[in-house]
Design a protein around this ligand. Sequence first.
Ligand code: G3P
Ligand code: MG
Length: 355
Amino acid sequence: SSFSRRQLHSNNSPTSFGIAFDIDGVIIRGETPIGNSPQALRKLYDDSGNLKIPYLFLTNGGGVPESKRAADLSSLLGVNILTSQVAQYIRSLTENRKRFQNALVLAVGKGEPATVMSEYGFKNVMSIDEYASYFDDIDPLSHYKHWTCKTEFAKNNASKEKALTESVKAAFIVSDPVDWSRDIQVLCDVLRYMGIPQEESRPQPPVYFASDDLEYKAAFPFNRLGMGAFRIALESIFNRSTGSDLVYTSFGKPNPFVFKNAEAVLKQLLMSTHNGDNVVNNGESGSQTFKTLYMIGDNPSVDIKGARQAGHPWFSILTKTGVFNGILQNDREFPADLVVDTVEDAIDYILKREC
Ligand code: G3P
Ligand code: MG
């Protein structure tokens, strides 16, 4: 229970601990740091810039390879963030890699979804943008879409031939889809008919979503529609038009494996930083077990629910800078162990409690 978790240790007991940060609504909104996040993160490093406290980011967002996300966050936040500190759940899909080793799969979402999938070892990935570009008139509304940054594809003949002749074996929604109307249309096409013109019916190719957040917090004052909202839209239309239920799998928080995986990564960080004698490990030398892992999030039904389900040694901290608006003292359905104003308050609380 959350009561017993709160009793795990007192201020003066030696402990080892780690921290997982949500990104959108905790560290940044849009492209802007919030809650004094750059200064707050600096408290996790020593004066020479070496990592003292093992921490990572657990984000349901994505769309760029983890190495690029780490570099972007490093320059935005002014600390040196390692690729291993940036977890994106679409990574769980590597389990599916063998199954789709050579099969044509679609990658959907903002950024560079096909690059992300290729980096995870998928050999025959095409972005939905490129795929759609090979079919004239696939989007009857395209003439009305005056995008400012339209991607031009090389229109390589081999890829075109592949798109026109091979059936899509799976679709991966890697990050927030950009052009919902086109993406829903094309996904319904590939899930229903495309590439198998002669066949009457076949099992629906699997669809994977990197996460299932109904909402998240970006730069606009109100919550924005997330990948879960897109999933509902696709599912409703697919179900209505086919008479059968869309079969899909979603990853990301609040799934328990995300928190298990985070714990494993934090252990590795603890060991590597401890070898360099940087981490505050307070007498737990050689131990790879954390007494407490802190999840700092802004979304009760994603971050806090996930940490609560993960149980010991997770301790959840909810900020008021994102999806949770702070009108109530805590979320009713998924109350956090602690509610604070900002991520800096969360770090100050943790350091005071632990160090
Ligand atoms: O699109 C991003 C959003 O779904 C959530 O990101 O960092 O709050 O898990 P985050
Ligand atoms: Mg968030």
